[in-house]
Design a protein around this ligand. Structure first.
Ligand SMILES: N[C@@H](CCC(=O)N[C@@H](CS)C(=O)NCC(=O)O)C(=O)O
Length: 68
């Protein structure tokens, strides 16, 4: 089974909120760091996940979601 991926940068409050939500609710997930200070959110690969180029975003198989 494919694990839920959480694209986040812990520096940001919205990212921390999603990470805490997953941990508190026992959701099995993989954290993928998107380093805003290095501009990783502007990479074409990340833009395919979130065209708004913001974290957090989640991917579950083919399902992609952004906006908390
Ligand atoms: N409405 C979005 C807001 C997300 C958001 O504002 N993310 C900021 C960090 S706090 C971000 O990725 N900023 C990068 C940018 O806009 O370039 C949500 O709640 O998920």
């Amino acid at each position: 089974m494919v694990k839920l991926k959480v694209y986040a940068d812990r520096v940001t409050q919205p990212s921390r909120a999603i990470l805490i939500f997953c941990k508190v609710n026992g959701i099995d997930f993989e954290e993928v760091r998107v380093d805003l200070s290095k501009g990783h959110h502007r990479n074409p690969q990340f833009q395919e996940i979130n065209p708004m180029r913001q974290v957090p975003a989640i991917v579950d198989g083919r399902f992609k979601l952004f906006e908390r």
